[in-house]
Design a protein around this ligand. Structure first.
Ligand code: NAD
Ligand code: DAU
Length: 335
């Protein structure tokens, strides 16, 4: 199979490209990435010379480029997105352009070139915010996005499903919970907190810190996306998660404990506007239909992640300083 992966230079996309090439030695990957602030080719420097891997610098909103690339692949996995909720609160423009219009361009290209297989990577945030006793999100949960990021992802999910019902495009969608692990850009909670703690700084806990997220190790999300791609039923949605509901404050204390530091490093700061209170996922459909399940416990995953950031301090420093952008210039010429 020749796979077009979009957003493969980002956090989950780069983990997925590495995972896919390792698990499918006969297959090829074309990685289309616009290299926004979140795209970092250093994430994939170890597979740069692999003849089964090609990088293309460009946007999923570029119709000519996308149509050209889709012509020559068997399937598309769409990770490309603006993904940070806080940024969407400051300016939602790029979120609608990439997440909604970019997805539309990919769908049109998949349709135009003989109905190519299309997997769309989405989020549990499209379902909104749960109360303390509500059942976890699953495939039947109504959409109720509450921030511009999740609204744009919800719109993209609806378009993907509409192309199945209207045009018979062979699609699947996965809605996954909060990922963490290697190559996570240090503006999201877990990598930001690890790097702040390592640098002797405080960690900014939003509001009362009692919001709940359901964490999954990124490698487990990658195996879930692959399972849906290979075995998922066309037209269906799969919820992916790991039953790891934790309050942000408790998670912060766990990270502080793992690093052997003191809880006086916690700084409560102003809450995120419209902050979703609780996410939880029920992955029984993926377990039963695909035989997939997450394998990494939160404790193991946090340890692996902290170790990875300790071993890759330079990577994290280069993300924070912006120096990671030099990698593209050096290896692919100026933009
Ligand atoms: P990320 O921000 O780390 O990476 C996004 C990547 O997309 C970057 O490499 C960026 O350069 C690229 N990109 C952005 N705009 C583009 C465009 N117009 N054309 C081509 N490439 C573009 O994001 P992530 O955390 O790796 O998330 C990847 C996908 O997974 C997203 O669709 C996100 O909604 C979804 N998701 C993320 C999580 C999570 O916890 N991070 C959970 C569930 C689902
Ligand atoms: O649920 C899946 C989603 O998880 C993905 O769709 C998003 O792309 C991904 O970014 C993530 O969204 P969150 O908003 O949940 O992740 P973030 O790391 O930004 O925040 C996690 C929690 O921690 C959230 O409740 C807000 C809080 N937080 C975050 C930051 C950055 C803090 O308390 N302080 C912080 O500095």
């Amino acid at each position: 199979m020749k796979l077009l992966v979009t957003g493969g230079a980002g956090f989950i996309g780069s983990n997925f490209v590495r995972y896919f090439l390792r698990e499918h030695p006969e297959d090829e990957v074309v990685n289309l990435d616009a290299l926004t602030y979140a795209g970092n080719l250093e994430n994939l420097s170890d597979i740069e010379g692999d003849p089964r891997y090609t990088f293309v610098h460009g946007s999923i909103t570029d119709r000519d480029l996308v149509f050209d690339l889709v012509k020559d692949v068997d399937a598309i996995v769409n990770f490309a997105a603006e993904s940070h909720v806080d940024r969407s609160i400051l300016d939602a423009d790029a979120f609608v352009k990439t997440n909604v219009l970019g997805t539309l361009v990919l769908l049109d290209a998949a349709l135009a070139h003989g109905k190519k297989r299309f997997h769309h990577v989405s989020t549990d945030e499209v379902f909104g915010s749960l109360g303390p006793d509500d059942p976890a999100f699953d495939e039947n949960t109504p959409y109720a996005p509450r921030n511009p990021y999740s609204a744009s992802k919800a719109a993209s999910d609806h378009l993907v499903r509409a192309y199945f019902h209207t045009h018979g495009l062979p699609i699947t969608i996965s809605n996954c919970s909060n990922n963490y692990g290697p190559y996570h850009f240090p503006e999201k909670m877990i990598p930001l907190f690890i790097s702040n703690l390592k640098e002797g700084k405080t960690v900014p806990v939003y509001g009362d810190g009692l919001q709940i997220r359901d964490w999954i190790y990124v490698e487990d999300h990658c195996s879930g996306v692959d399972a849906v791609l290979q075995k998922g039923k066309i037209g269906e949605t799969y919820t992916l998660g790991d039953d790891n509901e934790v309050k942000n404050l408790d998670l912060t204390k766990t990270m502080i404990g793992l690093l052997g530091l003191s809880e006086d490093r916690i700084e409560f700061v102003k809450d995120r506007p419209g902050h979703d209170r609780r996410y939880a996922t029920n992955s029984s459909k993926a377990r039963e239909e695909l035989g997939w399940e997450a394998k990494t416990t939160l404790e193991e995953g946090l340890r692996l992640t902290i170790d990875w950031y300790e071993d890759h301090k330079e990577w994290s420093d280069r993300c924070k300083s912006g120096a990671y952008k030099e990698y593209y210039e050096k290896n692919y010429g100026s933009k």
